[in-house]
Design a binder for this molecule. Structure first.
Ligand code: N01
Length: 540
């Protein structure tokens, strides 16, 4: 085995690596760190020019995490946890970027990272049990393990609108602000999209833009973050309770430290229900939809929360017609709930105009702006806050071929299939971090990245200890995992919405609920697999 690892295959004299990691976000960085600590030879390829992943690319004004930063951070090193200072409850992008850069420096990770380089293909060579990985720079590396940490929300999607390419002003996607971003001061700006990105960027741009038009196709539910600067006393208190904070979060389905009220919405009086919603609204953040235990399970219960937010919109937005147009009429939370910093308040500004595309459809884009059914909107900047090809987009951009040269794209033709969200039958020694079939997208992504990477690295160590060279998901187990995911989802409201959770935001994408809904249960499954010596895998 060792001979095989050291054998040179690419025609040059370099050693075959233990692992190639793709992506320097929270998952990839931690994978590199753990593998390095185990004495593994590893290289990480990153398309950007810095680490940070989603927080590198999404540096648009107003970008801010919607999970409290003390939780949205690594837990593997108590010293890091204690020393790093998160100045606000929900950190803005620059702080998140600084954190991931600090992690890369602190643990000496940069030497193994090749920036501004995309992995374009990865092919499993069965005769050698090795992955042949090719980059857009023409480099070929061989590795025993191929770890895909490209992120579930990293491949931006643009709508197809007639004339888009003719626009003479600046066009930028929120997910590519880093490279294409624009200064909008004193400019006329159109923002397309009212998901988390649109709800975050629009209020910030409106502060300096001459005029901001928000083009809304589907009104969004949004709750206030109630973000605040943390004072020294609060930080000290939180840090002295870090273990308890982490433990509490890990016991939640979302791996978030929110207090889940197990009581049903109709088990309390109307007054009490309103009081609880109000309390959650004032506290801020995603915990709003944990106000009652059945908001994600029961449509009528869900409606009580939706009504509460609709009432809030009426109270906040001064113009009643605008408030009407902003009124969501879907289930709350079935699409990812937005967490904002003044989204609805923004519509009270004189320089902000809501364009309701349901009554005034977007027809085309021309050289000078946007054409709607009701006329032309002159613009200098168009911001596409139109989302991502979630879960699969960034993975399938790489031409991945497994056993028998089988393309992952073909295998996932009718939707992504994984075992434990980590492995795919037919693709030995390939692991995915925060991939489809894991709780990614619904759980704290940093916590999940740590959970998964720890599992992956322990697995690699175990395979070597056993003197084996390959681990591969078993088809039947994978099918069973898929059925379990569906059964869990069917008990909830999630499949009812046209969201990125089900792939409905990408035209032609097969509809599948792609996430696991219960982090603690997911951890139990992963642990059981490891404790069985990976008996649920083919190990050879
Ligand atoms: O993307 P989205 P996002 N014409 O898919 C609209 C995470 N995130 O980037 O609903 C007009 O949610 C589309 O309209 P509709 C978070 O998990 C987190 O905002 O399809 N409109 C929708 O309004 C989030 O859920 C943070 O009718 C068009 C919007 O574009 C996920 O990323 C911040 C259109 C897309 O919303 C994705 O959020 C940002 C068209 N042709 C993101 N096509 C935080 O941590 C699409 N739209 C806070």
């Amino acid at each position: 085995l060792l001979q095989k690892r050291e054998k040179t295959i690419a025609g040059d004299e370099r050693q075959t690596l233990d692992a190639v990691v793709v992506g320097a976000g929270a998952g990839g960085l931690y994978a590199l760190l753990r593998l390095k600590r185990e004495g593994r030879t590893v290289r990480l390829f990153e398309a950007g020019s810095e680490v940070g992943g989603t927080w590198y690319w999404n540096n648009y004004p107003g970008a801010r995490v919607d999970v409290p930063s003390l939780e949205y951070s690594y837990s593997f090193d108590r010293a890091l946890q204690q020393e790093w200072v998160w100045p606000e409850r929900y950190s803005a992008q620059p702080q998140l970027q600084a954190y991931f850069s600090h992690v890369a420096d602190r643990y000496g990770l940069r030497d193994q990272i090749t920036f501004e380089t995309k992995v374009v293909s990865a092919e499993f060579d069965e005769s050698r049990s090795l992955w042949k990985v090719r980059t857009d720079g023409g480099e070929v590396v061989w590795a025993r393990f191929f770890i895909v940490a490209t992120g579930p929300l990293s491949e931006p999607i643009f709508p197809k609108i007639e004339g888009m390419s003719t626009f003479k002003g600046t066009s930028v996607h929120t997910g590519r602000w880093k490279t294409d971003g624009a200064d909008v001061a004193h400019k006329r700006v159109g923002v397309i999209g009212t998901g988390s990105s649109g709800a975050q960027i629009a209020p910030e741009l409106a502060k300096t833009a001459r005029k901001l038009h928000l083009l809304q196709r589907t009104p969004a539910y949004s709750v206030p973050s109630q973000n605040k600067v943390l004072d020294a006393q609060e930080i000290a208190h939180l840090k002295s309770n870090y273990d308890a904070i982490r433990e509490h979060a890990r016991a939640n389905r979302s791996a978030l430290g929110i207090d889940v009220n197990d009581v049903g919405a109709f088990e309390v009086s109307e007054d009490e229900r309103q009081r609880i919603f109000e309390e959650r609204w004032q506290y801020g953040g995603l915990g709003f939809t944990a106000a009652f235990g059945d908001l994600y399970l029961d449509v009528d219960a869900n409606k009580t929360a939706a009504d509460f937010v609709r009432q809030k919109i009426r109270e906040i937005v001064e113009d009643a017609d605008v408030a009407d147009r902003l009124m969501p009429d879907t289930l709350i939370g079935a699409k990812r709930l937005c967490v904002d910093n003044g989204y609805f308040q923004m519509f009270n500004r004189d320089n902000v105009e809501l364009v309701d595309l349901r009554e005034n459809p977007l027809l085309a884009i021309d050289e000078t702006g946007i054409v709607t059914a009701q006329g032309h909107i002159d613009l200098d900047v168009i911001v596409y806050a139109t989302g991502f090809d979630a879960f699969t987009g960034s993975i399938l951009k790489i031409d991945i071929r497994g056993r028998g040269g089988k393309e992952l794209k073909a295998v996932w033709d009718s939707g992504p299939r994984t075992y434990l969200g980590l492995c795919v039958a037919g693709f030995p020694n390939m692991f995915i971090v925060n991939g489809p079939g894991s709780p990614a997208g619904l759980a704290n992504m940093v916590t999940l990245a740590e959970t998964e990477v720890d599992w992956i690295v322990d697995c690699i160590q175990s395979i070597d200890r056993q003197g084996k060279s390959e681990i591969e998901a078993i088809q039947e187990k994978q099918d069973c995992w898929g059925r379990t995911l569906n059964e869990m989802a069917e008990q909830t409201i999630y499949p009812l919405a046209n969201s990125w959770y089900v792939g409905a935001n990408v035209p032609g994408k097969p509809r599948n609920f792609m996430s696991h809904l219960d982090y603690p249960e997911y951890v139990r499954s992963c642990r059981a697999s490891a404790e069985s010596g990976y008996a649920d895998f083919r190990v050879e």
